[in-house]
Write a protein that binds this ligand. Sequence first.
Ligand code: FMN
Length: 453
Amino acid sequence: MGKQFLLGNIKVPGIHTYDVYRKHGGYNAAEKALKTQTRDQVIEEVKFSGLRGRGGAGFPSGMKWSFLDQKSDKPRYLVCNADESEPGTFKDRFLMEKLPHLLIEGMIISSYALGAKTSYIYIRGEYMYVLRILEKAILEAYAAGFLGKNILGTDFSLDLYVHPGAGAYICGEETALLESLEGKRGLPRLKPPFPAIAGLYACPTVVNNVETIASVPCIVNISADLYNDIGIGKSTGTKLISASGHINKPGVYEIELGLPVEEFIYSDEYCGGIWKGRSLKAVVAGGSSVPILPANLILKTAKGEPRLMTYESLSDGGFVSGSMLGSGGFIVMDETTCIVRNLWTFARFYHHESCGQCSPCREGTGWMEKVLHRIEHGHGHMSDVDLLVDIAKKIEGNTICPLGDAAAWPVASAIRHFREEFEYHVKYPEKVKDPKHFEKEPFVSEKLERAVH
Ligand SMILES: Cc1cc2nc3c(=O)[nH]c(=O)nc-3n(C[C@H](O)[C@H](O)[C@H](O)COP(=O)(O)O)c2cc1C
């Protein structure tokens, strides 16, 4: 097992309570930061650690913090993005449920560094039971003097609130989230201005993912130097991966960035291989929004190098032969999976979740869903395959927020790598009438190898 900065104590009974968390070194990092480090020193540490946003885009966290408008005399806010609605991603829920105090400690240190006196955790509405766990832990932290006025006798004070969303994927987009937090409909804002200049209530704001914030106490504890040593190149530290699909051991894993994808899928320490002794067909490596890769390209790059679990390696080859680490929602598909059906399911999700503000996304996601539905159900035309590519191209880059891109990329990549399978649906409509068509007889492509272990 690799280094476990986030989940190291996960199996300790009662670790979700203040007393047990504290007994196991919890809040030592908050004490160290508040008592011995200046705000700038903490920001420098986070910058030097190489920590990158764990919410999907992988933007360097220290750099993002340094964009916060320092000249403004308005209040500053830290908002934790706990919306987690990306299909295939469930790591933040696990972290908040099992280690609520780790997130709270991260919020304290990060708010201190940013100069925020009021901070929020915006949590998706479906996680109501996790909200209750967090609220209980927040009360414990107030009682222990880690929240409230003059924390640990310093001049730093912080109030922390949990705010539930109402179940909309779009509210995970940071500006839609801020609108929702202000009590309005969650519609993404035009950028610029970015939240660092005009965020919550038009004040300087940083929005960070749960895992990003929970990584901060680890950096303060072990030092930025040591954190930076773990991982490869610009992918430092550890990352939580939500592994699901056709594997023997689905779950949340903390991996050291740089782990070979093959080891992650096949070793007993992680996913334990493909279930039922079947072979691997495809993987969506970073949540439903990233390009899908066939077995040969997820295990090795187009240059023949082993693919690694890093931001750089997973995107090697761009969108022609690569994908993205994204949120770490790792969805594994075996040989019986119908790629068209899988894509239709994703398309239904994006159509349902599009906020409707931008026509290419509002109309395009609906068209994609319709066209995919008819191909999957044996009513497609050969021209539909290129029609899908055309719709995806018209959405990509033409919307206020990246939800449009998130809907377009999976379609474009699936057709790039699995075109034959789409054409098969059109050519043999009677063979795809049964929704489990490829379970009886997996589709065999001449072009793509399957990974058999
Ligand atoms: C449609 C959409 C949904 C998103 N959902 C989430 C989410 O659930 N959680 C999250 O942390 N980031 C999500 N993001 C990314 C956020 O906009 C933002 O980049 C992120 O919270 C920044 O945190 P980080 O720098 O720590 O990664 C989403 C983006 C889009 C476009």
